[in-house]
Design a protein around this ligand. Sequence first.
Ligand code: GLY
Ligand code: MN
Ligand code: MN
Length: 431
Amino acid sequence: MEQSALRKRRRALMKKIGDGIAIVATAPEQTRNNDVLFPFRPDSDFYYLTGFAEPAAAAVFAPGRAEGEFLLFCRASDAKAETWDGRRAGLDGACGTYAADQAFAIGDLEKMLPLLLENRAKIFYNIGRHPSLDALIPATVAALRARVRAGVKAPVDLSDIGAILHEMRLVKSADELRAMERAAAVTVAAHTEAMRSCAPGMMEYQVQAEVECVFRKHGATAAYPSIVAGGANACILHYTANNCELRGGDLLLVDAGAEVDCYAADITRTIPVNGTFTPAQKDVVDIVLAARDAAIGELRPGAAVNRYHETAVRVLARGLLDLKLLRGSVDRVVDSGAYKKFYMHRTGHWLGMDVHDVGAYKVDGAWRTLRPGMVLTVEPGLYLFGGDVPAGLRGTGVRMEDDVLVTKSGNQVLTQAAPSTPAAVEEMMAR
Ligand code: GLY
Ligand code: MN
Ligand code: MN
């Protein structure tokens, strides 16, 4: 991310916190087993403000502080540690490369904090996110309170910084959209590769390997664990075992997204393992695609964010009646919630640095309205399982998921290039 974009975000944050102070941290590394660590991925809020991707760091924003308003606490340079575990920016890099006004070793945060919090009325941080800050900040406030007779003013207000920061992250700027468009393009390429390589007899993890190979070839990683679900496994919403053999005649649901510079894409496609849909599978796919298209048609500035879900539900309900899986009218099926037996999740979520991105869906109790720059997924599905589903449809799971940017004039589907209609999928698989 460009330094100018990061600086703009920091300035916007500092304007909002006024004479308060903000502390935003990123986690230390986590052990996977014995002395092996999980791959590190920075905290989204921290990275959004700093572009700094090392573990064990914290940024402090202190508007108006004479010695500097943007402080970065990070790991100091250490020749021996860097020989084993990789390069560090160190304190010089924190100021030089990352434009901090001042940099300190992360171990000094506890010592510096009383001085930084003194005489600030309000502290903003991610309440409940980082156990070390959840312990340190209230303890520091308590220690300051003990010094009131010496004229020290202790903060009286602890505020969740999400209320400010997550509203900022909800509306994407041009530089963020560039990263999201790249993530979408890499993900389109990965799903296309899955379509080309898929064949009966392959294992689900082999298709996963094809998808994630494309991510890595483009310098991206998986934004979340890939779901590669053949046959009835597609009816398990968060199926990630990916260890079954693919059978000709079954469908394959792939829900996988690339992460580029900490921005996610999130695409689902459902394809026939042997390259040709059966008429019954096609019927289900067509209903889900109709729900997707109707839902996308609802995304425009000023529309309430729940509206596209309600529209998708009505199309799916109509489809479930046509398939004779439910009885009654669309209104009855929707009002009673009977459709939830086959469609149990919502039609989408905010998308951004986190795949289920931050930002409130309701404001003052009412569904919020869309604005240009918001990005959402649209992901209707049908999951036809259970003893009362006719044998020809039993175990059929279909989801179609696209990423949609709300624009001034309506919307733009960022993931349009991934084949989705039966004709386009069959054509791609035949190549
Ligand atoms: N891949 C998670 C989701 O679609 O929400
Ligand atoms: Mn999603
Ligand atoms: Mn998904």
